[in-house]
Design a protein around this ligand. Structure first.
Ligand code: BYC
Length: 310
């Protein structure tokens, strides 16, 4: 069998493609793009929540939030490692992020204005991420699929901690309930945009589905998320900022109004509320950390020389 035939057979059999296997260049490039974008999202995604660590209302909430933000860093690192198996270096990927040549999820360009935003990010943003990532556990590239299994376990804790914050606020004072509703009003639509453009507008879906990189389309995942989330919001006594939201008895699914795609594309193209600030913070952290990387490299170098001379 040629490498190409072997690749086709692996995809058809729903087996995993592994780093040393032959793969089409387009498959490799698509994976690098998507996995890098996913890794960058985890790393940039630390900023909106990290912003609240010093202001968490109790010591317990602070400890939980710190653990969650650390988990995001870990997810980013697994994902960079998965991307590295495709022949790109972590330094290259950092450079592509810092120079705006690779993307990260649109959602992290919105500000976190109140403590309720931290609850709503866990509930809606991690909730949307899990729906997407559960499907990606079945992706055809082995290292990416295996990273997803671990990430999904942690992500489900994140979603629950977010919902627990929302529940506490929903059972709190009128001001707390209003703060929660305000956060939902601001985060609902951006959460739905996380799933990407409608299938008909999605550049990569067809090819990515054929290669089984993507297992479920953007719209299907979005609908699944909406069906799962609307009853959770109703349980909290919340409304969603969509006058057209209604349960469609015929389809058995929730129907929504139009998504503002102009807003989505503006954010994706770098013109969201905080795009510039997020990248500036990231570049500063990278520059400030140069001495740590140098020290780690010098330490590793010294130990490999000691090992050689022993
Ligand atoms: N934001 O052809 P399409 C987390 C771009 S973080 C920005 O449908 P694809 C968390 C897309 O790249 C979890 N750009 O693309 C962390 C493409 O542009 P290019 C993040 C977007 O790739 C901290 C163009 O639009 N999860 O959980 O087939 C705290 C056309 O789109 C977005 C992932 O990254 C967007 N939302 O499908 C809390 C999941 N959507 O590249 C939580 C992995 C689309 O051609 N990624 N674009 O210039 C995926 O599953 C897929 O890449 C997507 C898009 C479903 C997002």
């Amino acid at each position: 069998m040629t490498g190409e035939e072997q690749f086709e057979a692996t995809i058809q059999a729903d087996d995993k493609v592994e780093p040393r296997d032959w793969m089409p260049e387009g498959y490799r490039k698509t994976l690098v793009r998507q996995i890098a974008q996913h890794a960058h999202s985890e790393i940039i995604g630390m900023q909106p929540e990290g912003n609240w660590i010093t202001r968490a209302p109790t010591l317990m909430r602070k400890a939980i939030l710190m653990a969650k933000v650390q988990d995001e860093a870990g997810h980013g690192l697994y994902l960079y490692s998965a991307a590295e198996t495709l022949g790109v270096s972590r330094d290259e990927l950092q450079h592509l992020l810092h120079t705006g040549k690779q993307k990260y999820s649109s959602i992290f360009n919105y500000p976190t204005l109140s403590w309720a935003d931290i609850g709503v990010i866990g509930w809606l943003v991690d909730g949307a991420a899990i729906v997407n990532q559960i499907a990606l556990q079945g992706t055809s590239y082995g290292p990416y699929a295996r990273a997803m299994v671990r990430i999904c376990k942690e992500e489900s804790f994140h979603q629950r901690q977010g919902y627990a914050i929302c529940l506490a606020l929903a059972q709190g004072s009128e001001e707390q309930q209003a703060m929660l509703q305000d956060a939902v009003n601001r985060w609902w639509w951006p959460s739905l945009m996380m799933f990407g453009p409608h299938d008909a507008e999605s550049t990569h879906t067809e090819e990515s589905m054929a290669w089984k990189i993507k297992r479920v389309s953007n719209d299907e995942l979005r609908h699944h998320f909406i069906d799962q989330t609307v009853p959770q919001g109703q349980y909290l006594g919340l409304t969603f900022p969509d006058p057209d939201l209604r349960f469609d008895e015929e389809t058995g699914h929730w129907a929504i109004g139009d998504i503002d795609w102009d807003e989505f594309w503006a954010v994706v193209k770098g013109n969201g509320p905080l795009n510039r600030e997020r990248i500036a913070n990231k570049v500063k952290a990278w520059d400030d950390g140069a001495w740590v990387r140098q020290a780690a490299a010098a330490y590793a170098d010294k130990h490999s020389r000691l090992a050689e001379s022993a």
